[in-house]
Design a binder for this molecule. Structure first.
Ligand SMILES: C[S@@+](CC[C@H](N)C(=O)[O-])C[C@H]1O[C@@H](n2cnc3c(N)ncnc32)[C@H](O)[C@@H]1O
Length: 279
């Protein structure tokens, strides 16, 4: 993997490109790079590909990240179109392996502002070049477990007016947080929402299908250490007192499917998502 060349100077005042200031540990797998590997991306290392291999050998598993990405695309279009949202915070945004949220959003309206947040330094390094494309997008490093710091970040505050409606998208992140921490973060994010704001989650789901345990084992025991499959009631609690946008919390491929949405996937029930609104 060659480093990106056109990165701006770091926020620490150094003129060195960000990638040279960013410690990227190639000996340990990273969630962002494993996800990049399962999506056929190029920004991953042997240690990441080994976990991706264990995941992808489970029948049907290769479809799951694509189902999640397609959900993200439909949700973003809906938020901007029917929801009228012009500000989006994408928490745990991941590497720009495929098209990104600002691109989906701008197919509907060209004035949407998007703040990408991730705790993996490789996302900042690559994102500066591919996600922070103009004055209406930014990429910041932040830990979703520390929502205080994220929502106080000057770059985020410079782009997102928290007094106006905004949407927070947290796709495929909570299943990487341990039990309890997932609910704490979901509750903290709900508290951030004023009237007219939205919160969207998609995560691995355990509907009692033995494949759910197989997938969880491939990730949690296979070297990544996270990737938990949780039953429906735990997912429902993420939305708390928010109003669920129709059709509610459901398999991602049943959330406002379009002509391209798969209906025959063997892993159909293993990924669920929804969108909640603060009215
Ligand atoms: C599976 S990827 C999902 C990427 C994208 N949201 C999507 O759904 O296509 C999960 C991302 O969440 C990030 N992540 C995991 N834990 C995080 C945390 N505590 N704070 C911020 N980002 C986190 C990872 O670095 C990774 O980029």
């Amino acid at each position: 993997m060659s480093p990106p060349m056109n990165l701006s100077a770091g926020s620490n005042g150094s003129n060195a490109p960000i990638w040279t200031q960013t410690p990227i540990n190639t000996a340990e797998p990273s969630i962002a790079r494993v996800y990049d590997a399962v999506l056929d991306g190029k920004d991953n290392f042997a240690v990441d590909r080994e976990i991706a291999r264990k995941f992808l050998q489970i029948p049907g598993a290769n479809q799951m990240p694509w189902d999640n990405r397609a959900w993200l695309e439909r949700v973003t279009r809906w938020l901007v179109g029917e929801g009228g949202i012009r500000q989006i915070i994408d928490l745990g945004s991941g590497l720009p392996t495929t098209s990104s949220i600002h691109e989906f959003a701008r197919e509907v309206a060209d004035d949407v502002r998007v703040a990408y947040v991730d705790n993996d330094p490789i996302v900042l390094a690559h994102g500066r070049a591919l996600l922070a494309v103009d004055d209406n997008t930014t990429v910041i490093t932040g830990d979703v477990c520390d929502d205080e710091s994220i929502f106080a970040n000057p770059e985020l505050r410079g782009l997102i007016d928290l007094n106006e409606p905004f949407a927070v998208i947290v796709a495929s992140v909570l299943h990487h947080l341990p039990d309890g921490e997932d609910q704490r973060i979901a509750a903290a994010l709900r508290e951030r929402l004023g009237p007219g704001c939205y919160l969207a989650f998609a995560n691995f789901h355990d509907p009692g299908d033995p494949r759910a345990r197989e997938i969880e084992n491939a990730l949690v025991e296979g070297g990544l250490g996270s990737g938990w499959m949780r039953p429906y009631p735990q997912h429902r609690m993420y939305f708390g007192d928010l109003d669920l946008v129709a059709p509610g919390l459901c398999p991602v491929n049943e959330w406002r499917p379009d002509d391209a949405t798969r209906t025959d996937s063997p892993v159909h029930h293993l990924y669920i998502g929804g969108v909640g609104k603060r009215t």
